[in-house]
Write a protein that binds this ligand. Structure first.
Ligand code: SAM
Length: 215
């Protein structure tokens, strides 16, 4: 365990994330009276029912996204960001989301393609854009693209690679701070690279906005 004081100092010095979001990703779709946020453990999600497998601060309902404890056609909007890689059967999870989504409602799914191993509580999958779109089923695709690009991939893997050489947790935490500050300005290169038709060869996370027909 890190000493509490060192842990507090490293937290205060935390570098910016080594990624920028694609500015052309549509940010907002209509919210309704009931909206669902899947996998928001530890986060504040005002306006959403926050559902997670883990009983953690911020979570309203502890459940598995593969078996949602809600009636059909309830939610106007569902957010499912960086969750499907942790789910045993992503196809079942998206069918459940489709079931609880109201006709005319929207779901945003974001999932990694090139990203380091990270367990929450397990890490089962990575998705190509075509693989992710196969999950859409009866939902219409209204927007899609790379949320985070090739430079994000490079930087997150470089940070992980450097940490592999450091045997102690305190050193890894320190390396994360120092390298994080040195490397983060490179993240803006993705604002150029995301225009390349080949960006997806080593893209980081892909987004899909899907709509349930009707409504
Ligand atoms: C990587 S975090 C995503 C956090 C947040 N969406 C974000 O982008 O920062 C994945 C979350 O999904 C939750 N999770 C994993 N498997 C799940 C499942 N089968 N059903 C519901 N939540 C799950 C984890 O507990 C964790 O809180």
């Amino acid at each position: 365990m890190l000493a509490p004081r060192l842990s507090r100092v490293l937290k205060a010095l935390a570098p910016p994330r080594p990624l920028v979001h694609n500015p052309s990703e549509p940010r907002e779709m209509p919210l309704g009276r009931w909206n669902l946020y899947v996998g928001g453990a530890g986060a504040r999600t005002p306006g959403y029912v926050n559902l997670d497998l883990a009983a953690a601060p911020g979570v309203d309902v502890v459940a598995d996204v593969e078996q949602l404890p809600f009636p059909d056609n309830l939610f106007r909007r569902v957010e499912c960001d960086a969750v499907l890689e942790h789910v045993r059967h992503p196809q079942r999870a998206v069918r459940e989301i489709e079931r609880v989504l109201a006709p005319g409602g929207y779901v945003r799914i974001v999932a990694p393609f090139c990203h380091p191993f990270h367990e929450h509580p397990k890490d089962y999958h990575r998705f190509t854009p075509d693989g992710l779109k196969l999950l859409a089923g009866g939902l219409e695709i209204v927007a899609e693209g790379w949320r985070t690009g090739p430079t994000a991939t490079l930087l997150v893997f470089l940070l992980e690679w450097v940490k592999l050489w450091l045997p102690w947790r305190a050193w890894r935490a320190l390396a994360h701070v120092v390298l994080g500050w040195l490397l983060f300005p490179f993240r803006y290169l993705d604002l150029l690279l995301l225009h390349s038709p080949h960006a997806g060869r080593i893209g980081n996370h892909y987004f899909l906005w899907l709509r349930k027909p009707g409504g």
